[in-house]
Design a binder for this molecule. Sequence first.
Ligand SMILES: Cc1ncc(COP(=O)(O)O)c(C=O)c1O
Length: 372
Amino acid sequence: MIHLLRQFDPTTPPPETGGGVEQWTPRCSSSCFASTGRSLVAFLVDTLGLSSDHTCLIPAYVPEGVVQPLRMSGIRVDFYRVDHRLFADPERLSRQVEKDPSVRLVVLIHPFGFEQPVRPIRDMLSGRGIAILEDCAQALLSRTEDGTTLGQEGDFSLFSLNKFLPVPDGAVLQSHCRGTSVDCGQLARGPEGWRESILAYEEHLRLNHALLTSTSPDRRLLEETGEAYERYYSFVNRELGLSAPSDVTLDRLRRLAPGAMAEARRRNCALLYAGLKQTTFRFVYPQWDDRTVPMAVPVRVRPEERERIADRLFERNILLSTLVDKWNFIPPGRESAFPAESEFMASHLLVPVNEFLSSEEMEYMVATMNQI
Ligand SMILES: Cc1ncc(COP(=O)(O)O)c(C=O)c1O
């Protein structure tokens, strides 16, 4: 089955050139390599000395892994509106920070790996004592115009490895702000239950591989892999203290070749963008260029048709996912204040372009989508 769930194939031979985490820490003045992105969000709030007197602005379409640590660390959380591309609007954001002098931190997400313009927002916030955290969790392999990783414009940047790589954990926080070090040194292992959570994620990766190689739609496998994933997250959501990345991740990072992964994703993106007729599906990002290496490519369909389309594709062994569960933080009753977010949640489907999909599989998927 074609899908976007990370999977690890233990039979893959190690590449000649290993990865290592160093490639995601260029140009920064300090960094911290920990087990989860959420623990690093909590760590950043703590490092900046932020409390209930201060506010962090985040989008309302945002992962639990950002909201939860902010709320638990005691800082006030407020939401800014995004546009139809899920990007912040600098003018609107400017009015919001003018009205609220307690704002100290703004989180900007590069959605699905598509680069959100950070510079206009940085210029607008300059001199106001407000830091920017660039959330690059979905943009691990995307590049800026000068060829470096995203995340170099803000004061801080966050990467979470298991959104892209077949590893159970691992996340990096970088500081570009000379005045604030996020160096956390060598971290200790996680607390009780941590090893089991890593094993649960490994089970998730194994089941994803079984799903990938299954030649007929298998809802049972899909449920099982979802359960393993939940076991991992129920642990990491409770444990927001910093701990070291697992040995499995450290070992696998040396065996993965991110350059080759990015190249295969680019090829798959090129096939999708060249082949998909924009009738039933419309790209959320109409332009794609090869600096962008997406986690998945979001498309819009008519909300009332989404379930039927997804079911018909599932019968043809293609799984298009949605990202709503654990991402919908629109304050209840304020849906009309966040129209683009609500519309996106109701209409999107995520098209996989993962490196483990061959050109033939991509072509089959595109042709099938064109016939729906
Ligand atoms: C965009 C984004 N940022 C941050 C996080 C948190 O990262 P982690 O899962 O490593 O805690 C997530 C997790 O879902 C995410 O999707």
